[in-house]
Every structure is written in structure tokens, then in C-alpha cells.
Design a binder for this molecule. Structure first.
Ligand code: HEM
Ligand SMILES: *[C@@H]1O[C@H](CO)[C@@H](O)[C@H](O)[C@H]1NC(C)=O
Ligand SMILES: *[C@@H]1O[C@H](CO)[C@@H](O)[C@H](O)[C@H]1NC(C)=O
Ligand SMILES: *[C@@H]1O[C@H](CO)[C@@H](O)[C@H](O)[C@H]1NC(C)=O
Length: 489
């Protein structure tokens, strides 16, 4: 009797172990579960995803499956095969993991909202006819903020600040005023937002310590208050983007509480990338004098060609092409934009790779593209990929260089800062214009230099891989003052 019971228990245990210990089938990608039960590679992944995935790529090649906190994630690192994932919007679903993140980070649930409708609403507001209005409003706010930040001090006096803070703060406040059309104190929103943004990666991974969890909650509540339409200091125009967004959510059947919370999500998606991008761009220029000279020469050319003498950046940038600055921006984003494109496998499916091989994907797993490793930092595609070369995306005849190859095949995706397919950044054109305006404005109206001429760019904060633009660990100290005349550059 005892023996049968023991045998039975043993059998059960083995069944349970077999059930939980998945093994690789013939037609599946290489499987790497890590040593820790259930957690698998979660710790390494969270600490520095780029380093971890690069190690896995060396070991397994362009496609492999890893276990991360109970989930099996198939990582695809061959850009020639990306379309097989991007094109399948039926068996590979992106709304589920997005909804999960929305809930974790923003305490936001929008079950009634149809992703297609939301996407369409956004396109209407950030693209096409709206774009030039947004861009010129952005330009005005940037100029006013830059001048008002300097109004209390002697123009010839040098001021010192971290470059990251300088860029993020200016672009955030200008972007906030442009989209939310409010006259309230944008600095207060910025301060609270930065605290929240600093905890974002941990919020997404549920790895907050107790004290941090409290801070995150209070930041979130404070930001909901600051953004709410009834906030007394506010006063938002009735035609504003914010009002229109409220109306849209109302029509979609979203309740008032969630409407308000959704504003924080919008604040984050629209403001978290441009500031850091501008930081890296100016940081690379300051630490690469030959690139700085090339950009300044190009800008000088624009302002000289402008005979009306009132060279507002926006009209100049609209009227003339700036191939050097464009290449600098592409090269900056190649090195510092690290989106992770994630899909959930809704039904067992077969993934056809460019190499001709087919891999079986299991229902319930995730598929993940991490373009930062490939194409962006792939030595087969970009020579010396770690190095900033301002003219990497420039042909000899000053046209855009857009032909890059891997395994002899021309690539559709040779850099992917904006994502791709159905979830590609809606604000791309607006963001490019805003960053170019910002760089133009800073270089033409400020004397700007590093405090320590020998300084190097700070390293990347490794916890932010996968969340869009990377941020530095530390800052680059700069000093700056208003130029006496806008012409001397
Ligand atoms: C350098 C600047 C920027 C970069 C690198 C960037 C990058 C991205 C990426 C990679 C995504 C897709 C995320 C995913 O696949 O899940 C995205 C989405 C989005 N971006 Fe940007 N972005 C930038 C600036 C902006 C700006 C200035 C705006 C606003 C005007 C904006 C608005 C949006 C919106 C609304 C979405 C969500 C689209 C959707 O859910 O379908 N972005 N961005
Ligand atoms: C994916 O879709 C694009 C555009 O619709 C098409 O050009 C491409 O051939 C498709 N690729 C695959 C692998 O399905
Ligand atoms: C753009 O701005 C002008 C003037 O402020 C306004 O008349 C026009 O309706 C705006 N267009 C759009 C598409 O918002
Ligand atoms: C705006 O808020 C910041 C930070 O909270 C504060 O330092 C500043 O004095 C405020 N300015 C105005 C005009 O209210």
C-alpha cells in the first residue's frame, strides 16, 4: 500500500517536472532556459538586455528562445526576416502585451478602445495637415522658453548645466505646451515626470523596491492631477489636442477616470524620446569636432541663403534640405534608439526565415525583435558599428545613403529607431522636425561648449534597453550663454 502510494507520488512528480521542463522540438529555434527555475534569464535580461541578447546571439545565432520569468520569448535578430513577424497581424498579436504594460506602468485599462480607431485618431493629429501647425507652435515655444530661461541673467555670463537636463527640460516643456496647449507651470509637470520616468523600467518589470513603489504611485497620482482638465492652474484651449483626445475617448466609451489616466500615457509617449535624442545628438557633436564643423557649415549656408534676414528655424528648415544634419540624426538614433518589438503568438505558427528555414512557434509564447543589436549595431551591416560617424548615412553627392547589405542582400530595415509596421511611431515627422529645430536654435543662439574639453559622453543606462530612446548614466556638463548677435557662429 505504502509502496504504491510512493510510486504514484513519484510518477506525479515526474509528470509535473516533465510538464514544466520544456524541451526543444526538431523544428523549433534553439532553446535556452537558463539555470534558475521559472525565472530563467529574467535577472540578466532586466539588468542589461543588450549585453544578454548579444551573448545569446553569439551562442545560438539569429533566432533562439529564452525563458524569462515564466514566459518563453523567441528572439529574432535577422532583419531580412523581420517582415515575417511584422506582416502577420493575425497570429501575432501586439495588443495584449501592450495592455499589460499599460496596466503596470500607468494603471490604465482601456478595454473598449479599438486599437485601429486610436491609431487613426493619432495619425490625424500628428500627421498631414496638422503637422505644420504643430511644428510652428513647437518652434515658437522653444524660442520663447530659451529666451525666458535666460531673462534673469546677464547675456554675456556663462551658465553651467548638464546637457541631458538642458535638452530634456526644454524639449519637454515646449512639447507639453504645444500638445496640451496649457499656460500652467510646465516646469512642475517636468519635475514630476522625470521622477516617474526614472522608475519606468522597474515599473514595467515589477521590480520596484518598497520605497520606490511609493514614489512611483505618488508621482502617478500627482501627474494625473496636474494633467486633469479641471486642474485650476490649467485652462486648455477648447480646440486643443487634449480636448480632442478626451472627446475621442468619450465616444469610444472610456470613463472619466480612465480618460484622465490616459493623458499620462500620452504625455509619456509624446515626450519621452525627443529630449534624450537631442541630448545624444548634441553630445556626439560636442565630442566629435569634425561633425560639429560640418553641421555648423551647413547651417551657416542656410542662414546666408536667407535674404529676408528673419531666419526663423522652421521656415529655413522647411525651405532647404539639410543632408548633413539628417545623417547626424540617423547616426545618433542608430546608436541610441533601442525599441523592443514584441508580439504574442495567438496560435501555433510557422515562421519563414529569409535563409529559407522554417521554425515552429508555440501558442502562448512571445516573439521579440530587438533592432538595436541587428541591424543597428550589426558589424555585418555597419562597419565599426560602435563608432559615431556623422556621414554614415550620406553619399558622396550629398544624397541620403539608404543602401545597406547583409549576406549580400539589400536591407529594407538598416536602422529602426521608429519601430516598423502597424505600430511604427506616429510622431516621426513631428519629432524629426522638432529635434532639427532644437539643434538649429541652440547652435545659432547659444555659445555652447563642454566644461571639460576632454570629457567623454557618459555611458548608457543599461536598464532602459527596450523602452525607446536610451538615457545616459550621468550627464555631460556644458556651459553656455546667449550669443550677442545671432549671425556669429
Ligand atoms: C526621437 C524621437 C522618437 C522616437 C525614437 C520614437 C520612437 C517610437 C517607437 C519605436 C514607437 C513604437 C513603439 C512600439 O513599437 O511599441 C513609437 C510610438 C509612438 N510615438 Fe514615437 N518616437 C519619438 C518621438 C515621438 C514624438 C515627438 C511623438 C509625438 C508627437 C511620438 C508619438 C508616438 C505615438 C503616439 C506612438 C504610439 C503609436 C501607436 O501606439 O500605434 N513619438 N515611437
Ligand atoms: C510584407 O509586407 C510588405 C508590404 O506590405 C511586402 O512588401 C513584403 O513582401 C511582405 N513580406 C513578407 C515576408 O510577407
Ligand atoms: C492651423 O492654424 C491655423 C491658424 O492658427 C488655423 O486657422 C487652422 O485651422 C489650423 N489647421 C489645423 C489643421 O489645425
Ligand atoms: C514652477 O514650478 C517650479 C518647480 O515646481 C518652481 O520652482 C517655480 O518657481 C514655478 N514657477 C512659477 C512661475 O510658478
Amino acid at each position: 500500500m505504502l509502496w504504491t502510494l510512493l510510486l504514484l507520488l513519484n510518477g506525479l512528480l515526474i509528470l509535473v517536472l516533465l510538464y514544466y521542463s520544456r524541451t526543444r522540438q526538431n523544428n523549433e529555434p534553439p532553446l535556452d532556459k537558463g539555470f534558475i527555475p521559472w525565472l530563467g534569464h529574467a535577472l540578466e535580461f532586466g539588468k542589461d538586455a543588450a549585453k544578454f541578447l548579444a551573448r545569446m546571439k553569439d551562442r545560438h545565432g539569429d533566432i533562439f528562445t529564452v525563458r524569462v520569468a515564466g514566459h518563453y520569448v523567441t528572439v529574432l535578430l535577422d532583419p531580412n526576416s523581420f517582415d515575417a513577424v511584422m506582416n502577420d497581424t493575425v497570429l501575432l498579436d501586439f495588443t495584449r502585451s501592450r495592455n499589460l504594460l499599460m496596466k503596470r506602468i500607468f494603471s490604465l485599462q482601456l478595454p473598449s478602445l479599438k486599437p485601429k480607431a486610436e491609431r487613426k485618431w493619432m495619425e490625424q493629429h500628428f500627421q498631414g495637415v496638422s503637422l505644420s501647425n504643430l511644428s510652428s507652435s513647437m518652434n515658437t515655444h522653444l524660442q520663447n522658453l530659451l529666451l525666458s530661461d535666460h531673462k534673469d541673467c546677464n547675456p554675456s555670463e556663462w551658465r553651467q548645466d548638464g546637457l541631458f537636463d538642458l535638452c530634456y527640460s526644454l524639449l519637454f516643456r515646449a512639447g507639453y505646451r504645444t500638445l496640451f496647449e496649457r499656460r500652467d507651470n510646465a516646469s512642475a509637470v517636468y519635475k514630476e515626470f522625470r521622477k516617474f520616468d526614472n522608475l519606468l523600467a522597474k515599473l514595467a518589470r515589477c521590480s520596484l523596491k518598497r520605497g520606490e513603489s511609493k514614489t512611483a504611485n505618488s508621482c502617478r497620482v500627482r501627474l494625473w492631477e496636474l494633467l486633469s482638465p479641471n486642474c485650476l492652474s490649467g485652462g486648455s484651449g477648447s480646440n486643443s489636442w487634449q480636448q480632442s483626445y478626451h472627446d475621442f475617448l468619450q465616444e469610444e466609451g472610456v470613463d472619466a477616470e480612465m480618460q484622465n489616466r490616459a493623458l499620462l500615457l500620452q504625455l509619456w509617449t509624446t515626450q519621452c524620446n525627443a529630449g534624450p535624442a537631442a541630448f545624444w545628438l548634441l553630445g556626439f557633436l560636442l565630442t566629435h569636432p569634425e561633425a560639429m564643423d560640418a553641421v555648423k557649415t551647413e547651417i551657416r549656408g542656410l542662414t546666408l541663403r536667407d535674404t529676408t534676414l528673419q531666419h526663423s528655424p522652421i521656415t529655413l528648415l522647411e525651405a532647404h534640405s539639410t543632408p548633413v544634419l539628417d545623417s547626424v540624426l540617423s547616426e545618433t538614433l542608430r546608436l541610441t534608439a533601442a525599441v523592443m518589438i514584441s508580439r504574442e503568438v495567438v496560435q501555433d505558427k510557422s515562421l519563414h526565415m529569409a535563409s529559407g528555414q522554417d521554425y515552429h512557434l508555440r501558442k502562448g509564447d512571445r516573439v521579440c525583435l530587438f533592432p538595436f543589436l541587428s541591424p543597428q549595431l550589426d558589424p555585418q551591416i555597419h562597419q565599426e558599428p560602435q563608432i559615431f560617424k556623422y556621414d554614415r548615412f550620406l553619399n558622396d553627392d550629398m544624397t541620403v545613403k539608404d543602401k545597406f547589405y547583409k549576406d549580400g542582400k539589400m536591407l529594407k530595415y538598416y536602422t529602426m529607431p521608429w519601430g516598423a509596421g502597424s505600430s511604427i511611431c506616429v510622431g516621426k515627422e513631428f519629432a524629426v522636425t522638432a529635434i532639427k529645430q532644437f539643434v538649429f536654435l541652440l547652435l545659432t543662439s547659444l555659445d555652447l561648449e563642454m566644461c571639460d574639453p576632454e570629457a567623454k559622453l557618459p555611458p548608457v543606462n543599461p536598464s532602459r534597453y527596450g523602452f525607446g530612446m536610451l538615457q545616459p548614466d550621468g550627464d555631460l556638463q556644458v556651459r553656455f550663454r546667449l550669443k550677442r548677435t545671432l549671425r556669429e557662429m
